[in-house]
Design a protein around this ligand. Structure first.
Ligand code: ATP
Ligand code: MG
Length: 683
């Protein structure tokens, strides 16, 4: 029996309300996610509901994993087996893997990333009359938006989003149609398609929706404030045979409207699901009161919010800090020093997070951390899997799995160099069009189309055919190593780069890739197939990057991620870096004169990740487009730092610099002063 004594009265009431719609609407750190985990444990252990009937949806892979860990902590591994803990996207992939043939795709479909997408877009625009006039990025964004509204190419012209007078909309219409057709021809889908097609599946085949709804009798959705219309439609399908839906969220943490999230989903839940029970939670168990007071103060400035009172019993002598830094290198060095101190005092690095607005801000930290041997992990950045050699190998694996995938095939046809140039490729592309067969099939059937290249073409298709078998017979890392060897990939790297350092780095990337396959086998045993591996990596590309399957404890490494990715997580110590105007709020929001309340909510999300200590930093200067640009404290903090909610400390004069650096800095500092005097003087 699971005891619910770890919950307060309101949480407990929510955990025990199993049937019918339920909304838990409460502020940060009030135990919403904890309530879901206990609720699931209660259903399994106390009510003996089958694990298979329970579905919990989180917002990111990381959050889903943390929830799984918390549940294993309550139930033990054995009883937790069979529960479905997913993100909307991983759930979509799961469903599509089984059902996609109903939509005319083959079940071994590929998932394209943004680089693949833009390759097809380019092609589409090229074939459109006057296509050059249009900005591909704008069209891509439009298509993404349409997909997130559930509008396909056929419905676009009749939708409210289509303006007959707007040439952009006509271009978008053409490109969208071309793009979707091509994807299907390549047996590929893009990231937005995952939900778009799942919903289409549910709409076109209600019996499929019904079948999943009957399987998942109990559904819980975390971070419901950030669901979009498509996700809402998915939920509608999943609840088509019952209404056992529990959603939890916080309107103050809605930060994804730029991706089409619709806050009315949570605000009108009671209307959408009549008879819904509503539970509110007010005690924050996460943060010490000083941090919470700052958070409350920041978010209070937003108009149009449901006022909430959030309080904490956790007292502390710590007041949130606001540090001014000279520049980004300085910011990274000071924080790195602090973390080293924490480490040498025996502190755990898993307790620390560095949060920033944009992934590019991670770079100086990566460098300094590496130099000072501070282990770190980056969540959500695409660092490793974006590297060229890794993408090349991924393309090989994808083609071995799905030879119809033309983009990936084109990527590797001449890697390593086989002398198959664009002219040969053109011939094959023509052939594939003529006969309506895939490019791979054309290569396979007609190796002598270009007689000079016959041997190379045969070699290439030979490798793909051979490795289909090798991957069946050998373990994943063995097969990948063999592939690397057979295609002469290391030699190819040696020849491709001039500097020894570059060569070494690239070779290491390959080794690391093989190691990640080893880890995959270690954690997935018999399920470590090529297909699962590729799928996992492609999904991670869009969400979490690092392979990190350790079950329970957080590793001894600093976590770095954007404010957006940090949602739902908590850390003992949080460094919010770059708390500057034009970053938070973002410069586009300011420039376009848009509502900044979402930016303020983002700031609120950042602050409320901290349990014991919160340090915000800003740089007086930041290199932007190669130029040192002056920066200023974010208005969200600047408007209140005088009120004693945080302590402003100037770190630019502290002893972390060498004397020489300090001298240089001072010189710059005084030069500014003198400039200032000149400006003000009456001469
Ligand atoms: P967010 O809005 O940031 O997602 P949340 O409402 O989901 O926050 P949780 O992450 O569930 O909050 O809880 C915050 C912290 O407080 C966690 O460490 C959790 O274990 C703890 N906590 C929540 N409720 C209780 C409780 N009743 N007793 C003890 N600790 C609690
Ligand atoms: Mg939560």
């Amino acid at each position: 029996m699971i005891s619910l004594s770890g919950l307060n009265a309101a949480q407990r009431q929510a955990a025990e309300t199993i049937d019918g719609p339920l909304l838990i609407l409460a502020g940060a750190g009030s135990g919403k996610t904890r309530t879901i985990t206990y609720r699931i444990a209660h259903m399994v252990d106390n009510l003996a509901l089958p694990q298979k009937s329970i579905l919990a949806v989180s917002f990111t892979n990381k959050a889903a994993k943390e929830m799984r860990e918390r549940i294993i902590g309550l139930l033990g591994k054995k009883k937790a087996r069979g529960l479905t803990m997913a993100t909307f996207h991983s759930l979509g992939v799961k469903i599509l893997k089984k059902e996609i043939s109903k939509l005319g795709y083959h079940k071994n479909f590929s998932i394209y990333d943004s680089a693949d997408q833009s390759a097809i877009m380019r092609e589409a625009l090229k074939s459109f009359k006057a296509g050059k006039q249009f900005d591909q990025k704008i069209i891509m964004a439009k298509i993404g938006k349409l997909k997130n509204q559930g509008i396909g190419p056929d419905d676009y012209a009749d939708s409210e989003y289509f303006d007959d007078e707007d040439p952009y909309d006509h271009a978008t219409h053409y490109v969208y149609d071309y793009y979707q057709d091509k994807l299907k021809f390549y047996n590929a889908i893009d990231f937005d398609d995952i939900l778009f097609l799942t919903v289409k599946l549910f709409t076109d085949f209600p019996e499929v929706a019904k079948q999943y709804s009957e399987q998942f009798r109990y559904i819980m959705i975390d971070e419901y404030q950030d669901t979009n219309n498509l996700q809402f439609d998915l939920i509608t399908g999943l609840t088509s045979t019952h209404n056992n839906l529990c959603v939890v969220g916080d309107d103050d943490q809605a930060i994804y409207s730029f991706r089409g999230a619709d806050i009315t989903n949570i605000l009108s839940f009671e209307r959408m699901f009549p008879g819904a029970k509503v539970v509110k939670l007010e005690e924050n168990y996460r943060s010490v009161s000083s941090i919470l007071e700052l958070a409350n103060k920041v978010i209070k400035e937003n108009i149009n919010r449901r006022d909430k009172t959030l309080w904490s019993q956790r007292k502390s002598s710590h007041t949130p800090l606001l540090w001014s830094m000279a520049n980004t290198e300085h910011e990274a060095e000071v924080i790195s020093d602090e973390i080293s101190k924490h480490q040498s005092n025996g502190g755990h690095l898993g307790d620390i997070a560095v949060l920033y607005r944009s992934n590019t801000q991670a770079q100086p930290f990566e460098e300094v951390f590496r130099m000072n041997q501070i282990p770190y992990t980056i969540i959500g950045g695409q660092k490793f899997y974006e590297k060229k050699e890794v993408k090349d190998l991924m393309a090989y694996l994808t083609v071995i799995l799905n030879p119809k995938d033309q983009l990936q095939l084109r990527r590797i046809l001449n890697i390593p160099n086989r002398g198959i140039g664009s002219r040969t490729l053109e011939k094959y592309l023509e052939k594939s069009e003529q006969e309506d067969i895939s490019l791979y099939e054309a290569l396979y059937r007609y190796p002598d189309l270009d007689p000079n290249r016959e041997k190379h073409i045969r070699d290439f298709t030979g490798i793909i055919t051979k490795f289909k078998e090798v991957f069946d017979l050998q373990s994943l890392p063995e097969a990948i190593s063999k592939l690397v060897e057979d295609i002469g990939f290391y030699e190819f790297i040696d020849k491709s780069y001039d500097s020894a350092k570059q060569v070494e780095r690239r070779r290491n990337d390959v080794n690391f890739f093989i190691e990640s396959a080893e880890r995959f086998v270690k954690y997935n045993g018999a399920h470590a197939t090529l297909k699962n591996f590729v799928e996992k990596l492609l999904l991670q590309d869009n969400q979490d990057t690092e392979e990190d399957e350790d079950d329970d404890i957080r590793k001894n490494e600093v976590t770095m991620m954007t404010f957006h990715s940090s949602k739902g997580l908590e850390f003992d110590t949080v460094y919010m870096v770059g708390v500057e105007e034009e970053s938070l709020p973002h410069k586009n929001t300011i420039k376009n004169g848009e509502d900044i309340s979402e930016e303020r909510r983002l700031c609120y999300v950042g602050i409320t990740r901290a349990q014991q200590k919160l340090i915000m930093t800003y740089c007086k200067e930041r290199k932007l487009y190669g130029k040192d640009t002056p920066r200023f404290i974010s208005r969200f903090i600047n408007e209140l730092d005088k009120d004693g909610f945080c302590v402003h400390q100037d770190r630019t004069t502290f002893g972390h610099m060498t004397e020489e650096e300090a001298d240089d800095y001072k010189k710059g500092f005084f030069a500014n002063l003198i400039d200032g005097l000149d400006d003000d003087s009456m001469f």
